[in-house]
Design a binder for this molecule. Sequence first.
Ligand SMILES: Nc1ncnc2c1ncn2[C@@H]1O[C@H](COP(=O)(O)OP(=O)(O)OP(=O)(O)O)[C@@H](O)[C@H]1O
Length: 254
Amino acid sequence: MGEVVLAVHEVDKHIAKQKIIHSVSMEVREGQVLALCGGNGAGKSTMLRMIVGIAQPTGGTIEVGGLQWKKDRRGYAGSIGYMPDDYLFGHGLSAEETLSFWASLRKVSKMRVDETLRLVGLHDVRSKAVSSFSKGMRQRLLFAQALLSKPRLLVMDEPTNGLDPYWMESFAKLVLMAKREGHAIIFSTHQLQVAEAIADQVVFLKQGRIVEEGTVSVFRERYGDQGLQQAFHRLFGFQADAAGLQEGNSHELF
Ligand SMILES: Nc1ncnc2c1ncn2[C@@H]1O[C@H](COP(=O)(O)OP(=O)(O)OP(=O)(O)O)[C@@H](O)[C@H]1O
C-alpha cells in the first residue's frame, strides 16, 4: 500500500453557530481514489474547501503529505491540485494561453504545459479559444490545471457535473490515468455510477456526518448488486431518480 497523502482527523466545522461538519476522519493513500457522496447540503464542498485550505476546520486536523496548512501554507498548497466545481475562463484566451498563465503563477515550465495538454487530449486544439470549447473540453482544461505541478493530492468538486455520458466516461478515464501515476485523489459527486467506476473508497456524508463508508465491493456485499444506489436509497430515503440516478446506470462506464 502507498503512503498516506491525505489524513483528515476528527474534523469539525461551525459556521455562524451552526455545526455543519461533525468529527469527520478519512485517509487517502498514493494511487487511491476516494469519492465523497451524499445529498445536497451534506457537507461535501465544505469538506473539500477545508482540505484545500480555502476554509479552516473549527476542530481536528488535516494533513497533506504530513503538512498542515497552519504550519506551512506554501508547502501545503503546493502539494494540492484543485479543480473547483465552476470556473469562469478568461475571454478570448486559447487553451494553451490559459494553461500557460496558470503555469507562470506556479513556476511550471512551458514543457510541462505542453505535456499536460497532451495528457488530457487537448494538444490538437491548444490554439483554439476556450470560449469555443464544450463543457467536456473545459473540464479537461480545468483538470490539466490541477495536474500542472504534479501535486501529490488532487481535489475535485463535482468534476463530472453537467457532462454527457461520453465526456463523463472520458473524464473518468483521465482520473484513472492520474491514479495510475500515483496521485491520491478525492472528489465529490452526485453521480454514483462515476464513484462506482473509479473510486477505491466511497464515503457517504449526511448532515455533515459520515454515515456509511467502504470499498465499492463492500457496498455490494452490504446492499446488493446496485450497492451505491441502494445505499443512497436507504440513507437518504427518496427515489434515486429524483437525484438523477437511474437504475442500471452502474457498471456501464467501462
Ligand atoms: N458560508 C456558509 N454559511 C452558512 N451556511 C453554509 C455556508 N457554507 C455551507 N453552509 C451550509 O453547510 C451545509 C453543507 O453545505 P455544502 O455546500 O458543503 O454541502 P454539499 O454536500 O456540497 O451540497 P451540494 O451537493 O448541494 O453542493 C449546508 O447546510 C449549507 O447550507
